[in-house]
Design a protein around this ligand. Structure first.
Ligand SMILES: [Zn+2]
Ligand SMILES: [Zn+2]
Length: 339
């Protein structure tokens, strides 16, 4: 089968690889769609020890074409999405649907197990979620990144009427914006420099989009509501953005960090102390949040469709990865397979 694989830093390739088979507790999906993620771009840029030839892609959906032994509750032809990992399914964390923190987790698409930039992918049956008929394949490929935003918003304790700032209008920032609105925030200001992403944030329901080079988004919220932001979601993950979040959040407010900064970064603790703020770092999602995202899509509570700016075939993955290295108008790029 055809698959897009990591070749070496800054280089992807499309090659022929053997089709996976389903072992005990596993299924094989015919992949319908798989999203390109910022962490894929990072991984290809730096390698991170990924073996050459690794099939990438971890935001996907498809249809079951093979059931391994001891798989219950699923049939050939079921449309499903999958968590991008297989947990041990025996530890306490797996038992409560929190396999993201399982010590024996095996991830799909980032070097451990093969991912879904391929015609077929092997998944653990315990990692699967059925897709309702009205959640199409492109939406199915957005469930994973949307769940990341949902987890951040759930961890923020957001209540009705909240005033929020979302720093960064990339896919995770946009997902966070959608959930802030869906969960009753009164004001959501998105802070973003790029014009294309700013426009997208407006289409997805931002109260206002502020260019942080021109105006402090916290200041803008104070003008609009008479108080600082109750919640600031950091969805950029570069040096100094955490300190900006800390300085703009209101007294007794909360900063939620979704952006993945890879370097040491300074903050000034006394600012946190005087305002008595909470700073939460969040990772991924739990099983219940994956299901909540599917239900919200099916019921039309969130509509992330404008996030999809490009749909490509697997042959175009290497050139798209090269294009995504430079700032561009893309938000979510989806790799689609004929089905
Ligand atoms: Zn991802
Ligand atoms: Zn486990």
């Amino acid at each position: 089968m055809k698959a897009a694989v990591y070749k070496q830093p800054n280089e992807m390739a499309v090659i022929d690889v053997p089709r996976p088979v389903a072992g005990r507790g596993e299924v094989v999906l015919k992949v319908h769609a798989c999203g390109i993620c910022g962490s894929d771009l990072h991984a290809v840029q730096y390698g991170f020890g990924m073996p050459p030839g690794s099939v990438m892609g971890h935001e996907f959906c498809g249809e079951i074409v093979e059931l391994g032994p001891e798989v219950g509750g699923y049939a050939i032809g079921d449309r499903v999405t999958s968590l991008p990992y297989i947990g041990c399914n025996t530890c306490e964390l797996c038992a409560v649907g929190n396999g993201m923190h399982c010590e024996n987790i095996r991830g799909l698409g980032l070097g451990q197990l093969p991912g879904a930039y391929a015609e077929y992918v092997m998944c653990g049956a315990k990692s699967l979620f059925k897709l309702p008929d009205n959640v199409d394949s492109r939406l199915g490929a957005l469930i994973e990144p949307l769940s990341v935003g949902l987890h951040g918003v759930n961890r923020s304790g957001l209540g009705p009427g909240a005033a929020c700032v979302v720093m960064g209008g990339g896919p995770i920032g946009l997902a966070t914006l959608l959930w802030c609105k869906a969960k009753g925030a009164a004001t959501v200001i998105v802070s973003e420099l790029a014009p294309g992403r700013s426009e997208l944030a407006r289409r997805l329901g931002a109260t206002e989009v502020v260019n942080p080079a021109i105006k402090d988004p916290g200041e803008r919220i104070r003008e609009m509501t008479g108080r600082g932001p109750d919640l600031v979601f950091e969805c950029i993950g570069v040096k100094a953005t955490l300190e900006s979040a800390i300085s703009m959040v209101a007294t007794l407010g909360r900063v939620v960090v979704l952006g993945v900064c890879m370097e040491p970064d300074e903050i000034t603790p006394v600012r946190c102390i005087f305002k008595e703020i909470t700073v939460s770092f969040v990772l991924g999602y739990n099983d219940a949040e994956f299901q909540e995202t599917i239900d919200a899509l099916s019921q039309g509570k969130i509509d992330p469709r404008p996030m999809v700016t490009d749909v490509i075939g697997v042959e175009q993955v290497p050139e798209m990865f090269a294009a995504l290295r430079k700032p561009s108008g893309q938000a979510k790029v989806i790799v689609e397979f004929p089905h």
